[in-house]
Design a protein around this ligand. Sequence first.
Ligand SMILES: NC(=O)C1=CN([C@@H]2O[C@H](COP(=O)(O)OP(=O)(O)OC[C@H]3O[C@@H](n4cnc5c(N)ncnc54)[C@H](O)[C@@H]3O)[C@@H](O)[C@H]2O)[C@@H](O)CC1
Ligand SMILES: Nc1ncnc2c1ncn2[C@@H]1O[C@H](COP(=O)(O)OP(=O)(O)O)[C@@H](O)[C@H]1O
Ligand SMILES: [K+]
Length: 519
Amino acid sequence: MINLQAKALTIAQMKEAEARSNELGVSYAQLMENAGSACTAKIKELFPKLSTSSVVILCGKGNNGGDGLVIARKLENSAADITCIFCCGEPGTELSQKVYQQAAAISSIQFLDAKKEPMLCHFCLNQADLIIDCIFGTGFHGEVQGSAQPMIGTANKADAVRIAVDIPSGMNGDDGSCSISVFRADHTLALGALKPAHLLEDTQSVCGKIHTLDIGMPSEALEDSSSVKLLKWENLPALLPKRDPNANKGDFGKLLILAGRSGMGGAAMMATLSALRCGCGLTTLAAASSVINACFPHLMEAVTLSLAETKDGAVSSESLTLLSEHLSSSTAAVIGCGLGHDEHTEKLVRSLVKETQTPLVIDADGINCLAGDINIVQTAKAPIILTPHPKEFSRICGKSVAEIEADREQAASQFAQQYSVHLVLKGHATVIALPDGTVYQNTTGNAGMAKGGSGDVLAGMIGSFLAQGIASEKAACLAVCLHGACGDRCAQRLSEYGILARDLIQEIPLLLRELEQNR
Ligand SMILES: NC(=O)C1=CN([C@@H]2O[C@H](COP(=O)(O)OP(=O)(O)OC[C@H]3O[C@@H](n4cnc5c(N)ncnc54)[C@H](O)[C@@H]3O)[C@@H](O)[C@H]2O)[C@@H](O)CC1
Ligand SMILES: Nc1ncnc2c1ncn2[C@@H]1O[C@H](COP(=O)(O)OP(=O)(O)O)[C@@H](O)[C@H]1O
Ligand SMILES: [K+]
């Protein structure tokens, strides 16, 4: 598994993780106690002048409020004075009621009710040196209403350091959408794991600096929660191997690209050029003879293999033996870009995939050729990376495009595990799912790439890295994220409307140079 720092659990996954912790012997009450301890330790670290400071803790009536009451108890003797303000009435959950009783037994903690004593509450907030927000956490929905609203308003204007526990109150933890009234934190203490909202660019001004706190959830409980790892540009330098200064072209692999029926030469060329730009030692394009004749002058650095055509311009199955031989001497192959899908090609693709031991990237029509008998990928001898867009994926997974789009990560992960393949489900936030259940979600790319040809560029890039001996997981992650980053750079210069797939190819070496420098 690639070691990525960012790991976010959705609110539903967090609830599952809490339930699993409970089953594994770390009770809900213990988690709240641990959360309070971890927050208190972090608050002391972030705010060293505590002993001479006034602290106000804004509490909701759920378990986020419960965390606040544990913090109040744990801060006793460390701060000059502590006030807890109930913003939505008294604690309403079993857990928060229990910790309220414990805190209430400490005479030095003052408790106020925002509805009953608003003036006093505003006064305390204005005098505070530190304000801790425990009104809402993962249970928040809709808009902040009632007494919580003016409390947040005054807290945001106060001359104090503001710390939010778990999620700034008023923000949705999954999608980062904010209520009109939202607590503006200098620091946010994410409990147990980051939530998706913590990772969004737009939410940074609301969250401030984010700290993820260990609250004693067993690692099995967190890992089992099918977390999605975010793949970012910053992760790429570590994935790009350094080229051995003594190496020769034989050390950087041989890639075979089987692509391009008559009339689809652009796809074949695009895949070949992007493979060349990603550093493969020797790249061969095998395509219909008319395509080779047309593309040949533009592919000076590639070897070409001209394949017999049917009268309709499809690649004929006559070429099976020739292709099998080339495939066995290659270190990876890409099958599919603009290859077409008729009975000849289907027969050819199925035979090659069944027999070969060479690692494969299967894209576009390569996938369509397998759609009637997808079990072939499960029994194949070679490691396989499939790169469908949602419609192609729909043809092989038995789900509708709408069902896939409703939970892309889940659909991709289920398929990858069932068929023991690496699956790259393309589109906005491309998902990479591994046979072991690991799921990555790409963060680069833009809608300017939603144009014919972008997918062919990606297939060539993955194939090139694979041919150089980079393992499937790294090759797919590196290529997908780099491909998106090329799109982002191109869009800055040429606009999302104006970029072409060929522009992505020109951007590859510029960004590879940056990765080499940052390694
Ligand atoms: N469940 C657990 O095991 C743990 C939970 N923890 C804390 O518990 C939090 C989640 O607790 P809860 O599920 O109780 O949820 P919250 O405490 O986030 O809030 C839920 C309460 O707020 C109310 N509410 C939601 N939206 C509102 C709105 N717009 N206006 C007015 N009221 C609104 C709900 O009706 C409910 O009473 C986490 O964020 C975390 O801080 C931690 O203590 C760790 C352990
Ligand atoms: N809205 C988007 N945001 C980010 N990337 C996108 C978006 N739309 C498409 N892409 C990327 O562009 C590529 C399109 O590939 P594909 O659909 O196979 O097209 P084609 O094969 O015609 O080139 C994929 O890598 C996909 O992830
Ligand atoms: K909060």
